[in-house]
Design a protein around this ligand. Structure first.
Ligand SMILES: Nc1ncnc2c1ncn2[C@@H]1O[C@H](COP(=O)(O)OP(=O)(O)OP(=O)(O)O)[C@@H](O)[C@H]1O
Ligand SMILES: [Mg+2]
Length: 318
């Protein structure tokens, strides 16, 4: 049984709301969750839409890099937002260095597939002809599991580069899509390798299935809001992980918790009352979340705009 530990994190002050210091509660010894995440190669961060997956992925990558790991934050969302949290311009698909040990890449499967075709065929006019053909378009858009394999293959290549001259990353934090699609990432290699056993595609799928299936190399972090629906989805995610993949999430991050108000402010204004109600709802949802078979780490809602300061503060709170 995990014992509950608490520690105090002093969040930056909100302009108009008098906040008490935030008590960060984890169901694991302090920093042990980070140590166990650091031992993994690939950390897949998933959760319901809008709960803070990109923000938490960025803070986590930053924190692991601050702790001395060589970390790649991999974003696969074409809307690109992680660069803002790192204070960078959009990466355009390149690996960018953004601090001691911390690197970032926005990786879009389509771009990777196009690059692979260019590298394989090499003759410009033929490449253009292939890429303009409707068959190629249908294959890339419709081939089940292709996008997932491309992303996971790129992550594995960064952890175990095929060329000795490339320095491997110790950790890749993958800002994965929302829950259903996030789980598809885990399932794709095994499903594809069962159907296609031969050829480069079958071999890649087999290699990735072994890698993903190894809990020492690949782990899942589930991000949630401490709200009814999000908690429900997180508990279902945990059930699917166990039933379909025989694994547990390494960590659940309950993000965006309303911090406590100072005792004299609790009922003094309508804003403070709404704030207190939301916090009470958070605490209730956290009680439900305690049934999840994974340690739960709480992160406060911070009065800071999307940007490097938000990622830095959350990294500090992790
Ligand atoms: N702890 C926090 N404190 C303050 N703001 C936060 C916190 N976590 C996330 N946010 C803000 O919430 C918004 C949504 O966060 P984010 O983009 O990380 O969610 P997401 O789960 O990646 O969304 P999507 O499903 O659309 O990819 C952003 O504006 C972000 O700045
Ligand atoms: Mg996101």
């Amino acid at each position: 049984m995990l014992r509950q530990r608490t520690r105090v994190y002093t969040a930056p002050r909100h302009d108009s709301i008098p906040l008490a210091p935030t008590i960060i509660t984890t169901m694991a010894p302090r920093s042990s969750h980070l140590r166990s995440l650091r031992r993994l190669g690939l950390i897949l961060v998933t959760g319901k839409g809008g709960v803070g997956k990109t923000t938490v992925s960025t803070a986590l990558a930053r924190r692991l890099a601050e702790d001395g790991a060589r970390v790649l934050l991999l974003e696969m969302d074409p809307r690109e937002s992680a660069h803002r949290l790192l204070g960078l311009p959009p990466s355009g698909g390149e690996v960018l260095e953004c601090g001691e040990g911390l690197y970032f890449q926005n990786l879009q499967p389509r771009r990777v597939i196009d690059r692979l075709v260019r590298e394989r065929i090499r003759i410009g006019p033929i490449v253009r002809k292939v890429q303009a053909s409707p068959i190629y378009e249908h294959f890339v858009a419709g081939c089940p599991g292709l996008e997932e394999l491309v992303i996971l293959g790129a992550a594995l290549e960064q952890l175990e580069p095929p060329h000795a001259r490339t320095t491997p990353f110790q950790v890749v934090v993958l800002d994965a899509p929302a829950t259903g699609h996030g789980l598809a990432l885990l399932a794709a290699p095994r499903l594809v390798s069962e159907v296609i056993e031969q050829g480069p595609f079958g071999r890649l799928a087999g290699e990735l299935a072994t890698f993903i299936g190894n809990p020492e190399r690949c782990g899942v972090v589930a991000v949630t809001h401490a709200q009814d629906l999000a908690v429900q989805e997180t508990l279902e995610l945990c059930r699917s992980l166990e039933a379909e993949h025989g694994r547990r999430a390494e960590l659940i991050v309950a993000n965006g918790l309303y911090p406590a108000l100072t005792s004299d402010a609790s009922s003094s204004s309508p804003t403070a009352r709404i704030w207190s109600q939301r916090r009470a709802a958070n605490l209730q949802a956290l009680e439900r979340l305690a049934a999840a078979p994974a340690p739960v780490l709480q992160l406060p809602l911070l009065p800071i705009d999307d940007g490097p300061r938000l990622a830095a503060e959350l990294a500090r709170a992790l």
